[in-house]
Design a protein around this ligand. Sequence first.
Ligand SMILES: Cc1ncc(COP(=O)(O)O)c(C=O)c1O
Length: 336
Amino acid sequence: MDLARIPRRRYTAGHTPIEFLANLSRELGGPRIHIKRDDLLGLTAGGNKTRKLEFLMADAINSGADTIVTTGAVQSNHCRLTLSAAVREGMSCYLVLEERVPGSYHEEALGNHFLFRLLGVDGTEVVPAGTDLQGAMEQMAEDLRGRGRQPYIIPGGGSNDLGALGYAACAAEIQAQAFDAGPSFDHIVCASGSGGTHAGLLAGQQALSSRIPVTGISVRADKAGQEAKIRNLANAALGRLGLDPVVTEEAVQVVDDYVGPGYSLPTDEMTAAIQLFARTEGILLDPVYTGKTAAGLIGLIRQGRFASDEDVLFLHTGGAPALYAYPDAALKDVDA
Ligand SMILES: Cc1ncc(COP(=O)(O)O)c(C=O)c1O
């Protein structure tokens, strides 16, 4: 894989750290849990979208765009980071916000919504759940062209074949870090939402002949639908790299037991995971993505899915600003 051929902006200096979580590993009785700190990526408050945006923003700039249009949920980390990248590049940014949970949009909301305002978003349109988001973004882009702008549309989550290359690059980074300082990881656990993270890791590993099993914890979709989506996207990312679409069905593993009542809706397991990471390691997770993903990791450990002498890498994909929009869910008393 030659990622150096593909135009890229840089928003993070160097690698994100991989840390051994001694207290959490002890608390859970093994395996050895390590964390890849992609919550420390560059742009406003970090998170996985920063890696995807390095490729997507380079493409936008090369296309002559002066304005970015994208979409996400009302507390979207992706929208926060895309807006942040646009600010960095001196571009305008417009957001189509999908109110996935009826009544969840509040003009004065904190968390990411507050940051949209602080970062100076140029315009937002709030649409109901189930809206054709691609259509809404194209309409917005058409209106902007009518006003003399040159818009570039970034899909939800930055999850197309180009954005997924951010996580192919992350797979290469993990391999280099394991080679440099060890350990050699036996499993990777990550969130699986719009899919670019999970699919990019699989594509990158395939391209590197690396075979660490990746388990994606779904935050929204059912297992079958999510696995099909991830496989298609991973193979599309390989196509971008000029490689054959060789990601197999067996390589794509999604667990959908931790979604709870739905996307962004709290679960007790999520709350317990957020509290455990905070109180054993001082690490903040978020209620929508990494809290549920960590609940999945803990659940798999308790089911005996990993041997106690194995090294498991938990990918921290960011999202902590959303905590400040869900303080009650994070502080609720739950049985750990
Ligand atoms: C903090 C965080 N973690 C994980 C994800 C899921 O990543 P992906 O959309 O690439 O599947 C998202 C997506 O918005 C996110 O904001």
